[in-house]
Design a protein around this ligand. Sequence first.
Ligand code: HEC
Length: 153
Amino acid sequence: MKLKPCVAATSTLLVLAAALPAAAQFSRPESAVKYRKAAMTMMGNHMGRLGGMAKGSVAFDANVAAANADLIATLSKLPYAAFVEGTAGTDKGSAKANIWTERAKFDEAARLFQNEASRLAAAARSGNVDQFKSAFGNTSKACDSCHDSFQNQ
Ligand code: HEC
């Protein structure tokens, strides 16, 4: 089958976009810092909304929990491509320089966290409050453990 020219051009563009290095997705180092901090801030906000239910001070509502946890799972995919080379200490960010000297360790911490965030979304949706509390605790630990190693407190 012969591809129509416009379809062929579109797929070429898609391949190019996927191959672009992360740095090229941000016009300036400051934009990358702003982007990753914004994603972190939003994750913090939605974790905060779940905190009361996890502690038991707010009644557990599986729909509300799932809506927030789904957002956290989606947001968890965003910040890491914005840790572009050469952006430590830019724009008063609190990223430590060892992110770039221990990149594999940092990426592993990100991957573990993304897995916990997906489990949290599944646990919230299950409607089982004990599973939800335990998954919330694991996700929260994954945030803290990365911050302990890679963020200036
Ligand atoms: C794999 C590492 C990693 C994980 C996991 C992680 N963070 Fe972060 N976080 C960082 C780093 C590094 C910074 C500093 C970013 C900067 O200043 O450029 C940061 C910054 C932040 C900030 C401050 C943003 C600002 O405006 O200065 C908040 C809030 C935050 N994280 C919340 C969270 C929450 C909540 C989670 C879990 C749901 C989480 N983070 C998971 C590495 C991580």
